[in-house]
Design a protein around this ligand. Structure first.
Ligand SMILES: Cc1ncc(COP(=O)(O)O)c(C=O)c1O
Length: 410
């Protein structure tokens, strides 16, 4: 059990008011709030250790390098990667996925090769592959999702995988439905046809224990800002063997070993893929976020969200004229993300009415237009919970739905 009240005290923003009401922040799928420990780590770096990394032979720079590389080690341990060489800092998950598309995929895929993604993906795990269709003539396929069940049609996976499949891209947890996909099944089946697997872990790493050894994928992408860290820092994990044989995408300082007028040789991993001055303070903030989550325990975070789901889901299902998407019950295959539609009310109106009551939720297409199309929805409203959200906040949200329905006379 999490001590939610103690946790809340460590997030200064949670004590603010919006429109005179206590803030109820339920847009964690978009970004999370930050604990003092993260702010303090970044503040301490800027006040006392700021210098560029990997360059100066002086104390500050050595300290900055140790803190930056220390953050990498924390991330490595957090996701149980075998080595820090496999942890590449990027700006966000989007950049991490694009790094695979622009690097490994561009260097290894040719016209006619197939990439299999799914209808449930965030746009970040669709658009980079569509760009490769245009540029390289690869074939992009979509594994269907089942609207009523809120899951991928895994039974069709065998039929979609062919000897031409070179890459399978799948989200670990859906940002629209909260569905936790059976990644290891994807890995097993994809590897059996010789394809690599890229997992978009953006919604999974912040909410459940994630272990690179157990998953067995080849690439794994996530963002720092959804897991209590700052914006502007993300991670691409990839197998060392793959990274070793992949050419860098960006050239410049830090990613080279030696430069002559005739050419350049590349730095060791992971720096080969980190051209230019990195987001040092962002990485340090992410390191502090990882420490924080480790201290709380990811299994505890996940159990807390399961408990919220057990509380919220039946209540949502009981509201007339409200459709909630995704697996229609609390389940280990489902996180605490609830997208819904109320007949007769546009999601933007719901979000505006909620805002008046201090409740922050997301409305719109959630960067998941193909999945909304499967659901036959133009848009949706979404609430997404995290470790600091309480049952009392869930009640505020549930009561707000009733109030909003009254405003609309439905
Ligand atoms: C499942 C998923 N993938 C990718 C992204 C993109 O994350 P970012 O905007 O931090 O790159 C998000 C963000 O909403 C997401 O939920």
């Amino acid at each position: 059990m999490l001590d939610t009240q103690a946790i809340r005290k460590e997030f200064p923003i949670l004590s603010r008011h919006v429109h005179g009401k206590p803030l109820v922040y339920l847009d964690n799928g978009a970004t999370s709030q930050k604990p003092l420990a993260v702010m303090q780590a970044m503040d301490d770096f800027l006040r006392s250790h700021n210098a560029n990394v990997h360059r100066g032979i002086y104390t500050l720079s050595e300290e900055a390098t140790a803190l930056y590389e220390g953050a990498r080690e924390k991330v490595q341990k957090f996701i149980n990667a075998t080595s820090v060489e496999e942890i590449i800092f990027t700006r966000n998950a989007t950049e991490a996925i694009n790094l695979v598309a622009l690097g490994w995929a561009r260097q290894n895929l040719k016209a006619g090769d197939e990439v299999l993604t799914t209808e449930m993906e965030h746009h970040s795990n669709i658009v980079p592959w569509q760009m490769l269709v245009k540029e390289r003539g690869i074939v992009l396929k979509f594994l269907p999702a089942k609207a009523a069940e809120g899951v991928l049609d895994v039974a069709q996976l065998d039929a979609f995988l062919t000897p031409k499949t070179k890459l399978v891209c799948v989200g670990h947890m859906s940002n629209l439905l909260g569905t936790v996909n059976p990644v290891t099944t994807f890995v097993e089946k994809a590897h059996a046809v010789g394809a690599k697997v890229l997992v978009d872990g953006c919604q999974a790493v912040p909410h459940l224990p994630v272990d690179m050894q157990k998953l067995g994928a080849d690439f794994y992408a996530f963002s720092g800002h959804k897991m209590l860290g700052p914006t502007g820092i993300g991670v691409l994990w990839a197998r060392k063997k793959i990274l070793e044989t992949t050419e860098p995408v960006l050239g410049g300082g830090d990613m080279i070993k030696e430069v002559t007028k005739a050419g350049a040789s590349w730095n060791n991993l992971p720096w080969k893929f980190e051209a230019g001055t990195p987001n040092i303070v962002g990485a340090i903030g992410l390191g502090a976020a990882v420490n924080y989550l480790t201290k709380v325990g990811m299994e505890n975070v996940w159990q807390h969200e399961q408990e919220i789901t057990r509380y919220v889901m039946p209540k949502l299902l009981a509201i007339p004229r409200l459709k909630v998407f995704g697996i229609p019950k609390a389940s280990p295959e489902r996180g605490a993300i609830f997208s819904f539609w109320i007949e007769g009310m546009h999601p933007h109106d719901i979000a505006s009415i909620f805002d008046e009551q201090g409740i922050a939720i997301r409305a719109g297409h959630m960067c998941s237009q193909p999945m909304l199309e499967v659901l036959g929805q133009p848009a949706a409203a979404r609430v997404s919970f995290y470790l600091y959200n309480t049952q009392a906040e869930a009640d505020v949200f549930l009561n707000a739905i009733e109030d909003a329905k009254k405003v609309f006379g439905i």
